[in-house]
Design a protein around this ligand. Sequence first.
Ligand code: HT7
Ligand code: ZN
Length: 858
Amino acid sequence: LPEIRREDYRPFPWIVSETRLDFDLGIDCTRVRSTLTIARNAKADRSSTIRLNGDGIEATSVTVDGEPTQSWVMDGDDLVLTLPGDAHEIGIETEIDPSANSQLMGLYASSGMLCTQCEAEGFRRITFFPDRPDVLSTYSVRMSGSKDRFPVLLCNGNRVATGEEGDTHWAEWHDPWPKPSYLFALVAGDLVARSASFTTMGGREVELNVWVREGDLDRTEHAMESLKRSMKWDEEVFGREYDLDLFNIVAVSDFNMGAMENKGLNIFNTKYVLADPETATDGDYDGVEGVIGHEYFHNWSGNRITCRDWFQLSLKEGFTVLRDQLFSADMGSEPVKRIEDVRILRGVQFPEDSGPLAHPIRPDSYREISNFYTATVYNKGAEVIRMMRTMAGEERFRKGTDLYFDRHDGEAATCEDFVKSIEDGAALDLTRFRRWYSQAGTPRVGVTLEHEGETARLTLTQTVPATPGQSEKQPMPIPLKLALFDRASGTHRGEELVILNEDRAEVTFDGFTEKPILSINRTFSAPVTIERDVSREELVFLAEKDDDPFARYEAMQELMTGHLVADVTDDLDDDEREAAREDIARAMRSVLEDDQLDDLMRGELLMMPGATYVAEQMLVADPGRIHARREALKTALGTRLAGSLQEVYARTENMPFSLDAGAKGARKVKTLALAYIAASDPAKAVELAARQYDRADNMTDRQGALMVLAGLDSAERTGKLLDFYNRYQNNALVIDKWFAIQAGSLHPRAIEHVKALRDHPDFTLKNPNRVRSLYMAFAANPAAFHAEDGEGYAIIADLILELDPINAQTTARFVPPLGRWRRIEEKRAKLMREALERIAAAPKLSRDTFEQVARSLG
Ligand code: HT7
Ligand code: ZN
């Protein structure tokens, strides 16, 4: 497979000023006529040919300046046309079958409607085109089709004309904003809309629509309200105003990712649009708000300023993730949102950064770009920009982003353009900071605090671990917020920001008669791993007293993680284990009983570190042992804290449903308490969970109860799983939950359940949400996936081989769990490797899956 390299970038030799598309729509045959107005690009090397990318399509006609021509050849999937002059009009016709498109890239059919997904390289499955993000063009589109099948015809921009002829109708759309082909979108189907209007800060009225299938309309209110809040927030916080008279959102049930920011016509996975209390959890509500915000914010960070090439993906994705994180924080609880974001980063991105698929946020090469829509590009990308914001302060950062939007509006820009704008606008020197864009790997920061006389001396060191293709690393600026606590008063003198620029630095603090307690990397100011010797006593102190909620959470996590790592790796004797559990229980009790805490935050502090995070702390991990010790700790805490947990449960059990923070927090701690009770007193938990399930007036409580029941052998387990299925069998998103709950359960026979579920009549490989609900939940279930005999690995390998020809993009995302083999104990590592080798030996693999398997074995 050819490798595409960042350093090989060259501007496209032609400018495509206008693109006219005419679609004659049919589910199994759509005819596409495209007309491109092109002229030579004076800023590029001269070429007498134009390369138009294609993917699995054929041209039925090619014209130049209106005349049929034979002066073109196919080079692989691309059409290469020889051109005599400096400016031409190219006409191309293709015919495609959307109903046969199971890859869900390009134009495809979903539940009777037609829709598109063009990012990153899907447009070339519709028509031949320079399908690269730096070719910006103005699009005019005509679409025609059956009135009956496709009563609604949508495209980017504004609708400029409509008409009908017999059973057919048509619409013409014009998008005044030049855009790359990956932002093109079209939808045709039988849809209804929730409509509203938004007045922009400049006084323009914008029509807003959320389009769904008829039965789903009453689950769109939250999406619409989230959209309005996003529009307002982007005006207030980033000074960004919407720029068309119309903004459409369409919900589609077959979708490879979460959503897509096509100009003026965002297309969403139904999972991120539909919500009502009966069918969506609090997490689902937050997901809708976050993803609606994310796609809307792309209108500026992605659409008005797009990427020069796909190596710059983090330019739009990292920045937009940061924007959606700040938005969600402003809409709800800032510390809780920060903790959730860090949990995702450490649970998903840190393992990526320490494994065979590690890459910088701006990669240097790829074979299949879809494989680079990663937690590194998205979430670490956001952290890198967040560090610039921390170093500049909010006001100066805003000056930097204003300058970026002014300077590069209408361009296809680079990460370097962004950094330079922040540097100039915020008056920061980011020379060395740029290394965050080119170096992969999570830095390790060593921390020691010594005390002598009245001086506390802090020594900081950093190492950036070697990653594939990068053995030598340079030090990077690491902004660390810290505070030194006085043991007696439990207070500190103020937070400081220390920037570690070199391999090593020393900072001294005077006026401490006693050794202070260090709180470091507050708010998780840098995406690094802190390595320090800290006593349990100090962690209990911080868990109880730290005024930074993130640092308090971190102290709880460190307490539990530190103990679990010790319990797994050093055969602890009973006394040592008891002492550690007692300290953790003491800290937890103070959290359970702290009446200053809100329940949303209390829930965060009560959460145990995930098994993957614990495994990540070890060079080579034994997942079976980690799981067993983690469950044992949960049981011990449940037993020690039984009284407080039952009190919390009783306080929150009957709280009436509302979406306010108090009620959401109550639901969160209720099910958490239930999970601890399940670990220590399963019979009691079955009784409480069955009652919670029956009385639930919302999905959060019902799903929470069912999750606990699913892990316990009881008659109620069977009964409630059946009831859940019968109750919601007509709602695909809830049936997804039903699959995921069983595949992710603590039940000792979860593997058997997964094998039975793949034969369930509601299971299909054609729908990515359904595939993910069964198999992603399974791959994230440590006890089941890492079964000692390797059956879990075989199940995922079988899935990969069967799904790959159907949907390569979705398939490739199942490779990384197997790719962790180097960090897993020997016996399982061998089985994981064998599973990967079995996949590699398949006679034909997609580019997506091949690349991930090769890198994982390499
Ligand atoms: N920018 C969007 C990326 C996306 C995508 C990429 C590859 C294949 C399918 C896809 N669907 C959407 C989503 C986003 O980050 O907003
Ligand atoms: Zn995005």
